[in-house]
Design a binder for this molecule. Structure first.
Ligand code: AMP
Length: 224
């Protein structure tokens, strides 16, 4: 008989600007998990000029959701990489019910279970404030914000010292509005889905990064 796979599978759920990426990176270090962001994987496929990248570029630029088949296949491939065997944090996946069902099937195949789904709640104004000021280091990917997390030294990344920074093309106001509609229509039903499964934890994501992180860590620790 094979023993069950006990590696952690955490899911961070929340609208754009809820802090999924920021919190995933903090949890990654704390719990030794691998952050798996479908948004990052899709952006990489666009940069590489692959067929998938060409197919998704305009959809992402408009703030719409990429088709389930493409996203599920990208996620499935990445989850099979050896570094994911110790556990993952899913950041931005699933975003539809059919993605959630595909994930259930994938985990059943690998003998894994969802440890917790953390739903990050944030109001619309906060969401827009967070998105409109954010940028990342082009060298190491460290995330910053004009107001909430500015650079310590002018024009230098605190983490790697790099001097090139990027702002996401889909962080402009009209695209953010489209992304929020997608979240409400397609993704928010997952809150009920995971609540029925008994794995949902609601976390208030309005406060400072460290306070939200402490709430998430307490939630995760209480479930392991
Ligand atoms: P994110 O980086 O998570 O904010 O995602 C950026 C964009 O990538 C989204 O607005 C979608 O266009 C696309 N995307 C990322 N994850 C998914 C997903 N699970 N399903 C569909 N589209 C996705």
């Amino acid at each position: 008989m094979t023993s069950p796979n006990t590696s952690k599978v955490l899911i961070l759920l929340g609208p754009p600007g809820a802090g999924k990426g920021t919190q995933s990176r903090l949890l990654e270090q704390k719990f030794g998990l691998v952050q798996l962001s479908t948004g990052d994987l899709l952006r990489r496929s666009i940069e590489s000029g692959s067929e998938t990248g060409k197919a998704v570029e305009s959809i992402m630029a408009e703030g719409r959701l990429v088709g389930d088949d493409i996203v599920i296949s990208i996620l499935r491939d990445r989850m099979r990489d050896s570094d994911c065997a110790g556990g993952v944090i899913l950041d931005g996946f699933p975003r539809t019910l059919s993605q959630a069902r595909a994930l259930d099937q994938l985990l059943a195949e690998t003998g894994q279970q969802i440890s917790a789904v953390v739903s990050l709640a944030v109001d619309d104004k906060k969401m827009v404030d967070r998105i409109s000021g954010r940028f990342t280091c082009a060298g190491c990917g460290e995330g910053y914000h004009d107001t909430f997390k500015p650079l310590e030294a002018a024009e230098r990344c605190d983490n790697c010292g790099g001097s090139e920074f990027m702002r996401r093309a889909d962080d402009k106001a009209e695209t953010v509005a489209a992304r929020l509609i997608e979240y409400r229509e397609q993704t928010s039903p997952l809150i009920d889905y995971y609540s029925h499964m008994g794995v949902l934890a609601n976390v208030d994501a309005m406060g400072p990064i460290e306070a939200i992180n402490r709430s998430i860590e307490a939630t995760i620790s209480s479930r392991s």
